[in-house]
Design a protein around this ligand. Structure first.
Ligand code: GDP
Ligand code: IMO
Ligand code: MG
Length: 414
């Protein structure tokens, strides 16, 4: 069975740790969207591994692939390769799709400069500008270009196409000189990378491997179409991205949802806690971004958004993460949004002014999680799990109660 792992909310739901648990049964793990704006943290024994672009399957020695819809920063990829190699998980086989677009240093600089005015609170990894370059068609550079035989010329052509926009980035040198230096730097990166990677269209790999696991980055509410715009990322983060960018198929969709909700960066968050409560929970859950180190905003579970996420992704079951971190917490469930006396259980396209209405609450004690079974789940947690099913129509298939590989319990027979 091929599976897709997606984030239900605004990212950092614990996708990486879940992929690490599911990868054990997989033939190939494919990263299918986003770029190194992602930060997936895994704990294996006393090792903590943070990956930004390399699929998590490397930690089980599985072959991994970077799909055509991923934005590839070669430096970030090398850093990930060093991270895993240094920790004793040298990758066996890394495939990269030639159609994937390259993140160039000017994308990052443009991202940082623009975000000062736009205030989206991006990760400054160049995601918006590289997505624009791809949509523009002529301005895009791909992995195929990097490994082709006229990368220097292509880089110059594109830098000149940007023209004035890159004048500030090219500090004190002509655009031609800037392009030349960039090409030299990237061709060196190509040399290093070529020791580790194999160029291959992802779609052909699907014929060669079984039990493929697609690792999503970001979350549904950051999706460029379905998210809380304009406070979103610039790529497709939902399960549909696998169908449109790799291949439609009969997938099991696994939605990851955290016991308390979080968001990094700006944008609407109807269930956000007040700053004092947020601060306490941030520390309890160690909720700091793996990519930028920013403190995550914290909120109550939002069943309105979760139902939307279930529908958009066609989720088969949820994995509810971090039930350990948020034990002993008074959690409220948001079941509707209200505004000026109006109430809705459907997420509005424009969330301005909509407030969370809470009708349920949950609390469970700290527990000896390793010995918990389906039958001995604490009552408050059992009620929470039942309500997730009731309000979204999708059951919770697994809970996780710690960052380590073994810290999980299946509730469905899988
Ligand atoms: P991702 O981006 O969705 O992969 O999530 P992140 O890795 O950015 O953030 C999730 C954090 O929670 C990581 O530090 C994980 O190691 C940690 N984590 C995941 N599941 C659990 C869990 O069940 N309990 C605890 N305590 N930590 C968890
Ligand atoms: P993972 O895969 C959490 C957020 C940024 C910002 C918005 C746009 O670890 O869940 P971008 O740099 O993409 O243009 O920023 O999206 N964002 C994430 N938040 N987890 C992520 O990835 C994110 N990737 C992007 O904080 O609000
Ligand atoms: Mg993350």
């Amino acid at each position: 069975m091929d599976r897709i792992v997606i984030g239900a909310s605004w990212g950092d739901e614990g996708k990486g740790a879940v992929v690490d648990r599911l990868a054990v049964d997989s033939g190939l793990v494919v990263r299918y969207n986003g770029g190194d704006n992602a930060g997936h943290t895994m704990h294996i024994g006393d090792q903590k591994v943070v990956l930004h672009i390399l699929p998590t399957g490397v930690l089980h020695g599985k072959p991994v692939a970077i799909g055509p819809d991923v934005f590839v920063n070669p430096k970030a990829l090398l850093t990930d390769i060093e991270e895993v190699t240094g920790k004793g998980f040298a990758p066996k086989q890394i495939f990269i799709d030639e159609r994937a677009h390259l993140i160039m240093p000017y994308h990052q600089e443009l991202d940082a400069a623009r975000d000062k005015n736009q205030g989206i609170g991006t990760t400054k990894r160049g995601i918006g500008p590289v997505a624009e370059a791809r949509a523009n068609r002529k301005k895009g550079l791909t992995v195929g270009d990097l490994f082709g035989n006229n990368f220097r010329e292509r880089t110059k052509e594109i830098v000149l196409l940007y023209g004035e926009e890159l004048r500030g980035v090219a500090e004190g040198v002509s655009l031609e000189e800037y392009a030349d230096a960039l090409a030299t730097e990237y061709l060196q990166l190509r040399e290093t990378l070529s020791q580790f990677i194999t160029l291959r269209s992802t779609v052909y790999l699907l014929e060669e491997y079984e039990n493929i696991l697609f690792e999503g980055a970001q979350g549904t509410l950051l999706d460029v179409v379905h998210g809380t715009r304009p406070y979103i990322t610039s790529s497709n983060t939902t399960a549909g991205a696998v169908a449109s960018n790799v291949r439609p198929g009969n997938y099991e969709v696994v939605g990851i949802v955290k016991a308390l909700w979080t968001r990094v960066g700006e944008g609407p968050f109807p269930t956000e806690m007040d700053s004092t409560q947020s601060e306490t929970m941030r520390v309890a859950g160690d909720e700091f971004g793996a990519t930028t180190g920013r403190g995550r905003r914290i909120g109550h579970p939002d069943f309105v958004a979760l139902k939307y996420s279930a529908l958009i992704n066609g989720v088969n079951y949820w994995v509810l993460t971090k039930v350990d971190s948020f034990a002993d917490t008074a959690i409220q469930g948001c079941t509707a949004y209200t505004k000026n006396g109006e109430s809705t259980s459907e997420i509005p396209a424009n969330m301005d002014g909509w407030e969370a209405e809470y009708t349920t609450n949950y609390q469970w004690p700290k527990t000896d999680w390793k010995s918990v079974t389906k039958e001995t789940l604490p009552d408050g947690l059992r009620k929470y799990i039942a309500d997730i099913h009731q309000y979204t129509g999708v059951p919770v298939g697994m809970i996780t109660f710690g960052p380590e590989r073994g810290d999980y319990l299946w509730l469905l027979n899988k």
